[in-house]
Design a binder for this molecule. Structure first.
Ligand code: MLT
Length: 297
């Protein structure tokens, strides 16, 4: 069930400099951000607040096997399309950073949840954004889930590959630029057993505008290193990856998760970089178990 109280609507009208609500139906909302672009989000359920952040080059639909399950378990689930992805429009400018996206998420949190803290779940690029959010708004988090991601920056060659893609995509289709990523996103089992899932993923990737690909790659290339700050994360933090993820491997994840003061680590079987899609039952079990351990007050 998706409900907006009149209080929330009044805030939207009375504080136009902060945000403006332009569209809302039972399960979606769209906010005009102070910078002028729009942020689209899905919302389902009632209860403890959870925000799910997608990876690159994807959108909020990557969480389609999670939002109903979480709603049934008593969570108020908000799933944004990050700027430029899905139904959200792009931020203007060539030097957009992950901090700018984190700022949008804080606006979204305030709009949806007021004073309440949230559990933030970030997939890969969404994990980088979650760490950028934690840097500034740790007081609004009561749990963190970092799935198939890393706190470190790229090695020089990987960083250069991002700058190259940001250039290349200006003169090609998105699909030409991102197609080489596909085999690294899903494991062999998923590719062999779930052809329709792979086609669906392909169409989601191809639908991202070239300008958004370039913006996101530049922002990720410039992201900060959080490795040395992991011990300062005070909230319970779940680290998850797929047993066959070549981009965020189990040994790497296990190693950095040990730096967390209140960390837990889980490996999802028969999954690559997208366990929420490839093995949703196992992923949901681990996620719900973790969220249920530390409900918000
Ligand atoms: C993602 O899934 O979001 C990407 O693999 C992130 C990245 O390119 O580092």
């Amino acid at each position: 069930m998706f409900r907006f109280s009149s209080y929330r609507l009044a805030l939207a009208v009375d504080s136009p400099n902060e945000w403006e609500l332009i569209r809302v139906n039972e399960t979606t909302l769209e906010l005009v951000m102070p910078a002028g672009h729009t942020l689209f989000a899905r919302r389902v359920g009632e209860g403890s607040p959870v925000l799910l952040l997608h990876g690159f080059p994807l959108d909020s639909r990557i969480w389609q096997n999670q939002w109903s399950t979480l709603a049934q378990q008593g969570y108020d689930v908000v799933v944004p399309d990050l700027p430029g992805f899905g139904h959200s429009t792009s931020m203007l400018g060539t030097d957009i950073s992950l901090d700018d996206w984190a700022e949008d998420l804080e606006t979204l949190r305030r709009f949806c949840f007021g004073d309440q803290s949230i559990a933030m779940v970030g997939l890969s690029m969404g994990g980088y954004v979650a760490l950028a959010y934690w840097k500034r708004w740790a007081q609004h988090l009561h749990q963190l889930v970092l799935t198939n991601t890393k706190p470190s920056v790229d090695a020089p060659a990987a960083q250069q590959a991002r700058w190259n893609m940001a250039e290349q995509v200006q003169n090609s289709t998105t699909w030409e630029a991102v197609a080489p990523m596909l085999p690294r996103l899903v494991c062999a089992h998923t590719r062999e057993q779930s052809e329709s899932t792979v086609h669906w993923l392909q169409s989601m990737m191809a639908a991202v505008a070239p300008g958004t690909i370039a913006t996101a790659q530049r922002a990720m290339a410039r992201r900060e290193d959080f490795t040395e700050r992991l011990a300062k994360i005070g909230v319970p933090t779940l680290v998850v990856t797929g047993d066959q993820d070549p981009l965020s491997t189990p040994p790497e994840n296990q190693q950095w998760s040990q730096r967390l003061t209140r960390g837990q680590f889980h490996i999802i079987p028969q999954a690559g970089h997208l366990p929420m899609l490839e093995n949703p039952d196992s992923f949901n079990q681990v996620l719900v178990h973790f969220l249920n351990q530390h409900p918000s007050h």
